[in-house]
Design a protein around this ligand. Structure first.
Ligand SMILES: *Cc1c(COP(=O)(O)O)cnc(C)c1O
Length: 215
């Protein structure tokens, strides 16, 4: 008889049940209330970045969508690795940009920058590395590549909350990092995501657009 192999299990229990209860019974506000503000402050404190670098969203996909919309003009191209969850591509398309699929390095499952270089055009505006299976390998090379070619970097860090590159926490350096707090990710809020960026123009655009859709 075969044993089913469970790939992931959300670690939630009494503390999370009490937090939900606090929102319903004490706070009474089901939108972006005090728990959301506290969550953003906790994320900022954990990462060691100012609180205004952190913008939460209802999913990781929404975080990526908001980030692409804020940083990339419609019709421009975004280099993105082919090995990822479909949300990376969906977020780019939803923002009116064009995803350009790139190969990955088989040993790390990170974007193959030689292949990405071959796919550069005069429309390329950004690169979206995916820290697949919590592995932000070669991230310095991605940033060097982006700098060489004048690209924004939007990290799909859905698998990488709490992960480090060269000792530094993902989201604390670089351009824009997007995390997911879906039930199978490193930490969970049931559904959720966030954008972390030092760029206050991008941060403000994301903050505005998450409330009311701004074209
Ligand atoms: C889960 C995931 C997302 C999207 O996150 P959701 O919170 O599920 O919307 C994006 N990219 C990758 C690589 C993911 O694994």
């Amino acid at each position: 008889m075969s044993t089913p192999l469970r790939l992931s299990r959300s670690i939630v229990g009494q503390a999370e049940a009490e937090a939900v209860s606090r929102v319903i019974i004490e706070d009474g506000y089901l939108g972006m209330g005090s728990e959301v503000k506290r969550f953003e402050e906790d994320i900022a404190a954990f990462l060691g970045v100012p609180a205004n670098h952190v913008i939460t969203a209802n999913t990781g996909t929404a975080a990526l969508h908001l980030a692409v919309q804020a940083a990339v003009e419609p019709g421009r191209e975004v280099l993105v690795q082919s090995l990822t969850f479909v949300a990376s591509f969906q977020a780019i398309s939803a923002a009116g940009a064009v995803p350009v699929a790139c190969e990955v390095r088989p040993e790390t499952c990170t974007i193959d920058l030689d292949d990405a270089a071959r796919r550069l055009t005069d429309k390329t505006a950004a690169i979206m590395p995916v820290h697949y299976a919590s592995n932000p390998a070669y991230l310095d090379d991605v940033y060097a590549f982006a700098q060489r070619h004048g690209l924004r970097v939007i990290e799909d860090a859905a698998h990488a909350f709490g992960c480090r590159h060269d000792g530094r926490l993902v989201g604390t350096f670089g351009d824009i990092a997007c995390f997911s707090f879906d039930g199978i990710k490193n930490i969970t809020s049931g559904e959720g995501g966030c954008i972390v960026t030092a760029d206050q123009t991008v941060a403000q655009l994301c903050r505005d657009a998450r409330l009311l859709s701004v074209a």
